[in-house]
Design a protein around this ligand. Structure first.
Ligand code: SF4
Length: 254
């Protein structure tokens, strides 16, 4: 819960901060509004109060869902709110020395919990596994972004391992050089579920981009710094795929 608590806490602080601002705006505009119409301050006050309380309510609902106490309600509205609050949460987080990367990591952890609560299932064929180009060994001459089948599976990087897994489970595997290409392949292949491997920033934007298509995110490992000869924990990928692909379906591919 620790990782998830970070963004949940900052989202709550952001709502409190924005509510104070709304209250001040209301206070300052009170006299001017009452000159236009005596009922106007009350109407605006009620709208602002509804916005603040509604936002607190959505975050509390998310906390309950993340803790597994309730199913997730108002999911679309919650994602919208988290998106709106993210820049404010980032600024507040900065005051406490929280990096953007940590916040994005927290978003992915929350999103993954929500994903697993839904218990989405798909056949291997309906699953798209997508990775960034930096997972490929930088010195490898094989052109795998057009077609990952060009990989020789030499063991030099995790692309070959993921190709083997694609054969085993029957999912579509794609190496994208950017968000545009990733979106294109999603439109073309029409998967029911996406499993994306990437860094915090790309995963956060990618998961939001494909919403409401269910997407689970796995963070890449960057022993050589960002965007260069990255890796992925294959056990983590396998576990995530096992949770998605039904037993009957994976058995067909053994
Ligand atoms: S496994 Fe080998 S052939 Fe395939 S992409 Fe990596 S380095 Fe290239």
């Amino acid at each position: 819960m620790g990782k998830k608590r970070l963004l949940l806490g900052l989202n709550l602080l952001s709502v409190i901060f924005l509510s104070v601002i709304l209250y001040l705006v209301w206070k300052i505009s009170y006299l001017g509004l009452s000159e236009i119409h005596s009922g106007l301050p009350n109407v605006l006050g009620m709208i602002f109060a509804a916005l603040s309380l509604g936002s607190v309510g959505l975050i509390l609902l998310l906390c309950l869902a993340v803790k597994g106490i309730t199913p997730i309600f108002f999911e679309k509205q919650i994602y919208f709110l988290m998106n709106v609050l993210f820049p404010v949460s980032r600024k507040i987080g900065k005051l406490f020395g929280v990096s953007r990367r940590k916040l994005e990591g927290s978003f992915i952890a929350i999103s993954n919990v929500i994903f697993s609560r839904h218990r989405f299932k798909a056949t291997g064929r309906d699953l798209l596994v997508i990775t960034p180009h930096c997972l490929q060994l930088a010195s490898c001459p094989r052109k795998i972004t057009r077609d990952p089948n060009n990989c020789k599976r030499c063991g030099g990087c995790n692309i070959g391992d993921l190709m083997n897994m694609a054969d085993e489970f029957g999912f579509t595997f794609f190496v994208a050089t950017g968000g545009t290409l990733a979106r294109q392949i999603i439109v073309e292949k029409r998967p029911k579920i996406v499993l994306a491997i990437a860094c915090e920033r790309d995963l956060m934007s990618g998961i939001q981009d494909v919403y409401p298509l269910p997407a689970v995110g796995i963070l890449n490992i960057r022993p050589n710094g960002p965007c260069y000869n990255t890796k992925v924990d294959l056990d983590e990928v396998r576990n995530a795929i096992n949770d998605i692909v039904s037993d009957d379906d994976s058995a067909k591919h053994h």
